[in-house]
Design a protein. Structure first.
Length: 138
């Protein structure tokens, strides 16, 4: 599977790491996916808020959105902020958000405690550290 990366804001991304994460996630947790290309889009605060309002009916910014057709959208300003708050590098935070979005596309969720634990374990296995589901705000 090919990973296409698009940026609407100026930033540096750990592209090879993201491609490795996608490949590993697909190998470990891959189900029959209906798409051949995975897209990652890095956007600013206004864009992510607009998309969250349109697709989730929540008029607030969010850190990551994912769509079943293989697209993950990450807010770079929120990634920077969260990296500082959790003592991570921005690259680690981007990897975490990307992994979280990818796992959602693969069918993982965190609606109940059992599912949250499964998703948290998948994040830990892929990243080597606690993911978004280990944080209070999910």
């Amino acid at each position: 599977m090919r990973l296409e990366i698009y940026k609407t804001v100026s930033c540096r991304l750990p592209k090879s790491r993201l491609r490795r994460l996608a490949s590993t996630a697909l190998r470990m947790y891959g189900r029959k996916l209906s798409f051949r290309e995975l897209s990652l889009v890095i956007v600013g605060a206004n864009t992510i808020r607009y998309l969250n309002r349109v697709y989730r009916k929540k008029d607030t910014p969010t850190d990551v959105l994912s769509f079943d057709y293989g697209e993950i959208i990450i807010s770079f300003p929120l990634a920077q902020k969260q990296a500082r708050e959790h003592n991570l590098s921005v690259a680690d935070e981007i990897a975490l958000l990307f992994t979280h979005g990818l796992l959602h596309i693969m069918g993982f969720n965190h609606k109940n405690k059992k599912d949250k634990n499964k998703m948290a374990e998948a994040e830990r296995r892929l990243l080597g550290y606690s993911g978004l589901t280990g944080r209070a705000k999910v």
